[in-house]
Design a protein around this ligand. Structure first.
Ligand code: IMP
Ligand code: MG
Length: 172
């Protein structure tokens, strides 16, 4: 049986999301903010964060594929759903579930920059550092871990566990 070791409780997530939203609302109060969520994993985190923002904000989604059914990145990133709203001269905040090697996000930042936004920053629920391969700057994160394979609150293993209200380290 796989074992689920608690990493972040529902309450810890709620507090972290509220604090992040407060910071983001203050930082972008004079901007034109567009959240760009990375499907599928980020939809739970984004939905909570979005409802806590007290400024004017738009939202769109892209979908990246790099992981198959395995737990390590294939290294190859593909965009399988394009951005739909116009971000030219807008302030884009990418909302991601977890950043591991950083390869997905490096690819996404380049893609978004091709639409000439005013700014592009990154917000992730989990900043997982040990396997980072690129030097991307993460502007907002709810939690930092070194390693592990995390599930819950949007994060999956082979499409399971996304609905768990807390975050766990999955030991197979
Ligand atoms: P990166 O390109 O290596 O940074 O991979 C980022 C993507 O891999 C994330 O958006 C997740 O979809 C997936 N991923 C990386 N680590 C984990 C994990 O611990 N649990 C679930 N998904 C993960
Ligand atoms: Mg993801």
């Amino acid at each position: 049986m796989p074992e689920l070791i608690p990493v972040l409780s529902k309450e810890e997530i709620e507090t972290a999301v509220a604090n992040l939203a407060k910071k983001i609302s203050a930082d972008y109060k004079n901007g034109e903010l567009v959240l760009v969520g990375v499907l599928k994993g980020a939809f739970v985190f984004l939905a909570d964060l979005f409802r806590h923002l007290t400024i004017e904000v738009k939202v769109d989604f892209v979908r990246l594929a790099s992981y198959g059914m395995d737990r390590s990145s294939s290294g190859e990133v593909r965009l399988t759903k394009e951005l739909e709203i116009d971000i030219q001269n807008k302030d884009v905040l990418i909302v991601e579930d977890i950043i591991d090697t950083g390869l997905s996000l490096t690819f996404l930042v380049d893609y978004l920059n091709s639409f000439k936004p005013r700014t592009v920053r990154i917000c992730t629920m989990i900043d997982k550092r040990q396997r980072r391969e690129t030097d991307i700057r993460i502007d907002y994160s709810a939690h930092v871990v070194d390693r592990g394979f995390l599930v819950g609150y949007g994060l999956d293993y082979a499409e399971n566990y996304r609905n768990l209200p807390a975050v766990y380290d999955l030991k197979l």
